[in-house]
Design a protein. Structure first.
Ligand code: GLN
Length: 484
């Protein structure tokens, strides 16, 4: 039962072949059997989930139809849930209980979802491996000695290991797409402004976006329908029409143009990964898509611009954790300045501190023009690159990562190597466009999943969904099961 997709679960629930309580119990039984190996969760919400499941069953009995009625969903632990902890996998928020729900949580509740728990992540979403969690690393369900990716690695691992039916993650520079690729599941970063960020703990506010991590593109469409839309609590959420994304599942892709950015295929990838991505593109051609070469000339500057802008924003966003109003407070201090220093020294992990220092540096007087301002200028160029490229095509195809899931510990001593691995995902955040990762192959003796990335025009998630769904109708990669 725990292996079902949202689409399958809904059918079973509405035809009363299965109750939400049974499905939720099956998901918790699965968690009980695999969680010591995967460690995808920061904490579980078992009792509340069973109450929600009972309530869902009562609604189903009355004939109510809601898009996620009775379906168990997991949330990355930086999405605020009233009455249960939201830790961001940081010691500084270890015991933090938000006084309100994130807008997406209210939307999930209104859609009838059952929230099973909060998933592990890199602290404050900073990282690509889940090793920066203050609690414990998460393991990749395809190979337990490998990382699930990050920072939404807990969500991706939970979906791949069937410890939930679907999950939400957040993506600032690739944190939905990269773990989805590493774990062989589907991850969609919506357009900046498509989904409310109210109640999403901020990392880099101009880049962060919440999105679905699912077992299929069809499920991503269902979830995006629920979480998308203008929210008056978030002034950066966009007032644009929210189409029914499930309609895009019926769209034919024949004749649509698929842009292949030449700068993405210059040999930076592991050969087997490149082969899987190229084969994915061939599959889309065989479905009638027409490939055109496009150029994204500023790709080489994306990582540098991103780490300047993201760290700058993080350094200001994280200044609120000072031990005064909420969160961890050091008990060692004898005056206020000491208290700030000790709290932040003890409360933040190494990577978070590195970024606060970097961000403070690039914003400081004398360096602002050389770094932050330049970073913003490069960002504008990257955005223009995508606008030009997307005039020539409907959707861009690209790799998600240069290599498959790496070994736990392999890159922890070299932060720069870790940052460089984000080369293919970061640009979509800088440009604000939607981007999706879908499984397109398996490589190596361990059969590690590889992702194909699809990027589209602002607010045109529908085209990504159409292309991704057609791909999944023609292939079986997304239905392969992790060996766990
Ligand atoms: N890996 C990137 C980073 O470390 C992206 C993180 C994210 O998208 N939250 O910043």
């Amino acid at each position: 039962m725990h292996r079902t997709t949202i689409t399958q679960a809904r059918e079973l629930l509405h035809s009363k072949k299965l109750s939400s309580v049974q499905l939720t119990e099956a998901v918790f039984a699965r968690i009980d059997s695999v969680e010591d190996k995967v460690k995808a969760f920061a904490h579980l919400m078992r009792e509340k989930a069973l109450e929600q499941a009972k309530a869902a069953d009562a609604k189903i009995a009355k004939g109510e139809e809601l898009p996620l009625l009775g379906v168990p969903i997991a949330l990355k632990d930086l999405i605020c849930t009233q009455g249960s902890r939201t830790t961001c996998a940081s010691k500084i928020l270890d015991q933090f209980v938000a006084p309100y729900n994130a807008t997406v949580v209210n939307q999930l509740n209104a859609a009838g979802a059952v929230i099973v728990g909060k998933t592990n992540m890199d602290e404050f979403a900073m990282g690509s491996s889940n090793e920066n969690s203050s609690q414990h690393p998460t393991m990749n369900p395809w190979a337990l000695d490998r990382v699930p990716g990050g920072s939404s690695g807990g969500s991706a691992a939970a979906v791949a290991a069937h410890e939930c039916i679907a999950a939400l993650g957040s993506d600032t520079g690739g944190s939905i797409r990269q773990p989805a690729a590493f774990c062989g599941v589907t991850g969609l970063k919506p357009t900046y402004g498509r989904v409310s960020r109210f109640g999403l703990v901020a990392f880099a506010s101009s880049l962060d976006q919440i999105g679905p991590i699912t077992k299929s593109v069809a499920d991503a469409a269902t979830l995006l329908n629920v979480i998308g839309g203008k929210d008056k609590q978030d002034s950066t959420s966009a007032n644009v029409a929210l189409p029914d994304f499930t309609q895009a599942l019926h769209q034919d892709v024949k004749g649509m143009k698929l842009g292949i950015p030449k700068e993405y295929f210059t040999g930076g990838m592991q050969p087997e990964v490149e082969k899987a991505v190229q084969e994915g593109i061939r599959t889309l051609e065989s479905l009638g898509m027409q490939t055109v070469e496009v150029s994204l000339p500023h790709l080489d500057y994306a990582v540098a611009a991103y780490y300047i802008i993201a760290c700058a924003e993080a350094s200001t966003n994280l200044s609120r954790y000072d031990g005064v109003r909420y969160g961890y407070r050091s008990s060692k201090s004898d005056n206020l300045v000491n208290m700030y220093e000790n709290t932040r020294e003890e409360g933040f992990g190494e990577e978070v501190k590195r970024r606060i220092i970097l961000g403070t540096f690039v914003l400081s007087s004398g360096y602002y023009d050389a770094y932050y301002l330049k970073g913003q200028q490069v960002r504008t160029l990257i955005k223009q690159d995508f606008e030009n490229a997307l005039e020539k095509c409907d959707v861009i195809a690209a790799p998600v990562t240069p290599y498959p899931a790496f070994k736990i510990g392999e890159k922890m001593d070299d932060p720069l190597q870790m940052y460089l691995a984000d080369i293919y995902t970061i640009s979509a955040n800088l440009a604000g466009i939607p981007a999706m990762s879908i499984p397109c192959g398996f490589v190596g003796g361990e059969n590690l999943p590889v992702g194909l990335q699809l990027m589209g025009k602002h607010f045109d998630e529908a085209s990504l969904i159409a292309v991704g769904h057609n791909f999944q109708q023609a292939t079986q990669f997304h239905t392969q099961q992790a060996p766990i």
